[in-house]
Design a protein around this ligand. Sequence first.
Ligand code: GLU
Length: 465
Amino acid sequence: MHIRTRFAPSPTGFIHLGNLRSALYPWAFARHNKGAFILRIEDTDLERSSQEAVDVIIESMAWLGLDLDEGPIYQMQRIDRYREVIKQMLEAGLAYPCYMSEEELNRLRDVQMVNKEKPRYNGLWRPEEGKALPPIPQGILPVIRFKNPIGGSVTWDDAVKGQIEISNDELDDLVIARPDGTPTYNFCVVVDDLDMKITHVIRGDDHVNNTPRQINIMKALGGITPIYAHLPTVLNDAGEKMSKRNGAMSVRDYQKAGFLPEAILNYLARLGWSHGDAEVFTKEQFIQWFDLESLGRSPAQHNPEKLLWLNHQYIQHSDAIRLAELTKPFAHELGIDTENGPDFVQVVGLMKDRANTLIEIAEATKLFYLPAPNHLPEKIAENIPEAIVPALKDLIKILGNTEATKEAYSAAFKQILTQYQIKMPALAMPVRYALFASTQTPAIDSVLVVLGKDEAIKRLSKVVS
Ligand code: GLU
């Protein structure tokens, strides 16, 4: 079987991180099986759909590396196809026009509610053998309803939820076209899933209730029903359904907050799927391991700390050249002139190990791009004890003649330590202070490499002269 999956978002507003999981899993399933992954934009709700939301979806998927084999396919461009299928269904007796007005429908509902019955369409206009239909009213445009099977049930073996059976008596005759002829949501999904030969529908479990209706229409059209996998919701860290209202962030927000795409992808992958106890894995491993059997059955919970931790892991192991490229825009935003001063790649390489985000790296690089500090005399007295000044003066001399390498700087420091019989902090802290007016820096020999010997000597000389 040639596996074909799809992500079918409705571009009707905010798409949070959790929503993208419905793109990630079908993408991974298609890649694992060397199948095809399709993006279908369900934009028939004209009032709520926007091009901006479409752009955000496409951009977020591209950033995460969820590449497409087909699409984006816009439902609005397939309206003729839906109309064609509706026409065929009317001709084949699979659907029928229903002239019941809104008011009549509401009245019917009210009566059903009073009688404690489930509100549903009563089949008044449904043609049956030997049944006389009411006279067609003047001036009313009908909706088109699907002739749902009567009796029996719809059953499917959900890849996440197991066997689900819904009695057909629970389902009334679904409206598939509105009075103006526009097709309705559930109907378009069916036509598309059939036309696009989708083999596996992997989507949020908020669609479980649509599935029996969709299966019935598919069967009526003679189609083969796909395998369904309904993913449990993603909860936020407070255990509520993730939504913009309670602070959920979009993929773009995470990008702006200095997260790496591979960290987000890894994080999302684990939000409802697992492979043993693997926590950090590459995209290739994810594709290799992904299966529907290992999808979680209970809601996944968003864990911002874990995401931060993963981002840290990826930053630590990332190549400094790439990280520097990615960090530059953040540094520029902080007013750092990365072109003027030490080599930015080296600085990033030095600072990345302690950072959780690219913003934190950018913040840390500041140290090397600020002008040489203006030390206050009383601060100098506090941070550079009189007793250490001779050692600093000797250090300056040795540095002047030493090679500009980390090893050579380290040897110079050791020479002074032996000469003066002192411990590393006694020397390194005053040096740090002299260089940056701060005692928080990475290893001093590495710092010297990045700052440069001449600049270091200049700064040191200022405080001991
Ligand atoms: N358009 C639907 C949504 O955004 C998804 C439909 C589907 O996956 O079948 O929730």
